[in-house]
Ligand binder design. Sequence first.
Ligand code: SF4
Length: 442
Amino acid sequence: MDLKNLKIAFYTLGCKVNIYETGVMENDVVSLGAELVPFTEKADVYVVNTCSVTNMADRKSRQILHRAKKENPEAVIVAAGCYSETGGEEALSQTGADLVIGNELKKSFASVLASYLEKGTVPVNPEIGKVQGYGTETLRTLPVRTRADVKVQDGCNQFCTYCVIPYARGRIRSKALPEAVEEIRVLAGTGVQEIVLTGIHLSSYGKDLVGTETSLLDLIKAVHEIPEVKRIRLGSLEPRIVTEDFAQALASLPKLCPHFHLSLQSGSATVLKRMNRHYTPAEYAEGVALLRRYFKHPAITTDVIAGFPGETEEEFRETLSFAEQIGFYEMHVFQYSRRKGTVADRMKDQVLEPVKKLRSEALIALRERMSEAFEQSLEGETVEVLTEEKAEEKGFLSGYTKEYVRVLVPNAVGENRIVRGVLRRENGKNRLEVTDGEAEHL
Ligand code: SF4
């Protein structure tokens, strides 16, 4: 079975896990002889790796599928991913998709596609909620060589009342530690310097690996031992994972980036309860205080939902003042999106759209102030930047510090280099003053 002379184009929506999975699917079809082409070009097969985290994501997934079919009626259109799990047969058939691939079958995408093209075999997607064990999934190469999102965990058992992800991704499943480490070793061997450990509920890593006593911390330590890996960044974390031991252990790992995305969702204890989130604002603040005790200047980033069902003006004010008290570097603001089949969708006192909009605007304004304050606080500090690509600003490359702050670096340094220097902030932009020791790069 092969895919020789076939042109295949991929389009990815959503999170780092989806980006990783597209990379694996691309590796696999190329290994069977296919050629990858941009989604805007003529192809025999168009694959849309869909997202279903909000209504907007569903709508975007349908639009791209529909457009791909309309513009390429002869081509095979594949709907893959979370919307394939949540969208339902009727909605998916209306998009014009020829093939529907759920999240589990992505792992064998190339052979599923080959047997469909050769024999017309329509794949049967396993019921995602019943899938057990991680299976085999390895990213071997990447088009870019600076940073790699590496998926090590799938599924979620939390069932936050507003979220469909557990219905699209199933129960928690972790990649065996030796497999994850070997995958990362090979990727780092291709020149990738920064590894982003990611998952659907990364904090659950290892909990399903019964009898192995493996935790996320064990994995981080094992990846830290790989010489070619220069930086380790963590994907979104559950606030409760931040204990004294966890923070202290992480602080002893110099490659670990002091950038922690702790998903808050609300700063009101009563709203958190209705969300089925199992921490209080006070406990969240304790975790942040721990990270600030063990790391010099960690970047704390988060997600917040505006307008959760029943959210009163007072509860919203609690969220706004709590976020200000924490002082986030980055805050992803979402207007609550009703998701069919979730507990919150059936709650009464749904907040009106104009109120959601006003509240999210207030959160966004706060975010701008907090981000500026954090970047200002780095002025004059010595930082380390991993250079990535040419910047719009002439003569400069852009790259990111370990805190994930974007910085301009002189072109002469070169791409995919780790360089140290003093951060200078001018006109809202960060520029690196490369220190002498680094001159040999110039
Ligand atoms: S932790 Fe909550 S918000 Fe995150 S994927 Fe799981 S159910 Fe969704």
